[in-house]
Design a protein around this ligand. Structure first.
Ligand SMILES: NC(=O)c1ccc[n+]([C@@H]2O[C@H](COP(=O)([O-])OP(=O)(O)OC[C@H]3O[C@@H](n4cnc5c(N)ncnc54)[C@H](O)[C@@H]3O)[C@@H](O)[C@H]2O)c1
Ligand SMILES: [Mg+2]
Length: 316
């Protein structure tokens, strides 16, 4: 009987593997880790850890490259022992993904421990996220951005906004609960739009006062409560440059960690060439003007950092 059961089980598991792609199995596994504290606690013992210090990610320079190292649970234990800290620290970490082989990835902020000791122990440095995003491999950027956003959210949601009592995170860090009121808090992000406005032959770019010298960007703005994406694009273009959008369409979207977690929705918008006179809102913008295609092509040829203040430090 047991042999039949085993055969049926093996057949069912191989069917599951064949029916579901690596991606589907990975997403289901991550979802299980978020829902099941004991499974996630177990996963931490074999996980890989990305380190942060006061929200700055840990990088290692190898030759010209900047790597984002993953530490094993054993290496984490060794580092924490240096500080006479217990492994309980590991429970402060948050789940940020997993490999195709289901090795779970966690992020942990060691901001309460001496930065220089960790840096010299691990031969690397904690680097401001804006600078890190300019130097790491492109595939690591989304990971650093979303890990920092999640760590930032936990750091600023330690207390229930209704009762004032401490909130507790689940092991994965996908939510926090106030046990006094039963309120569950989920990580938040703010939707925002970024819009390339065109009059058919030129496109409109602008500068905020905080931008590094020489940097222009398309218009952006946060969605107001109750607005859809189209309404936000029309309002922001009207508010910032005094133009009426005639038509618009969605282009792409990405998570953006500044000033804190945003979902940036990129759109194209057209205005009538006959009504393209800019009336800039100088409370928000320092400069806004139309650019011809040749100017954009020329500008894109410039190396990042070629202007004196362009270190990305004040970039939005
Ligand atoms: N990638 C880029 O080139 C680029 C360029 C510009 C802006 N951005 C991003 O676009 C987003 C919108 O930026 P913006 O400055 O144009 O917005 P904005 O035009 O809506 O103006 C910012 C102001 O909106 C208010 N605001 C409303 N909701 C807010 C929220 N959830 N968070 C913070 N402020 C809020 C604040 O008063 C803030 O000063 C930001 O995340 C910014 O970092 C990206
Ligand atoms: Mg704006």
């Amino acid at each position: 009987m047991a042999a039949i059961y085993q055969a049926v089980y093996r057949r069912a598991s191989s069917l599951f593997c064949r029916l579901h792609s690596t991606y589907v199995r990975k997403m289901r596994y991550l979802n299980e880790l978020k829902e099941d504290d004991s499974l996630c606690r177990q996963a931490q013992t074999s996980g890989a850890f990305y380190l942060f210090h006061n929200l700055s990610p840990f990088l290692q320079q190898v030759g010209e490259k900047y790597l984002v190292p993953q530490l094993s649970a054993a290496e984490m234990k060794r580092i924490l022992e240096k500080f006479k800290e217990t492994e309980q620290w590991i429970e402060k970490s948050v789940l940020i993904g997993c490999s195709d082989e289901h090795v779970p990835h966690f992020a942990l902020d060691l901001g309460a421990l001496e930065k220089s000791v960790i840096e010299s122990e691990l031969k690397g440095s904690f680097t401001d996220l804006r600078k890190a995003l300019f130097v790491v491999d492109g595939k690591d950027s989304p990971l650093l951005a979303s890990a920092q956003s999640l760590l930032r959210w936990h750091d600023s949601h330690q207390y229930c906004s209704k009762t004032g009592q401490p909130t507790q995170k689940n092991i994965a860090g996908s939510k926090r609960v106030c046990h006094a009121s039963g309120i569950i808090y989920y990580p938040q992000m703010s939707p925002a739009v970024i819009t390339l406005v065109s009059d058919g032959s030129r496109c409109l770019l602008a500068r905020q006062p905080s931008f590094p010298q020489g940097m222009y960007s398309s218009l952006s703005g946060f969605c107001d409560l109750g607005e859809n994406v189209e309404e936000t694009v029309r309002r922001e273009v009207a508010e910032e440059v005094g133009l009426e959008v005639e038509s618009l369409w969605y282009s792409a979207s990405q998570h953006w960690p500044f000033p804190s977690s945003c979902l940036i929705i990129a759109c194209h918008a057209m205005v009538r060439a006959q009504q393209a006179e800019i009336s800039m809102n100088s409370l928000e913008l320092e400069e806004a003007r139309w650019f011809a295609l040749e100017e954009i092509v020329e500008g894109l040829k410039r190396e990042p950092g070629s202007s004196k203040q362009d270190d990305g430090a004040s970039r939005e």
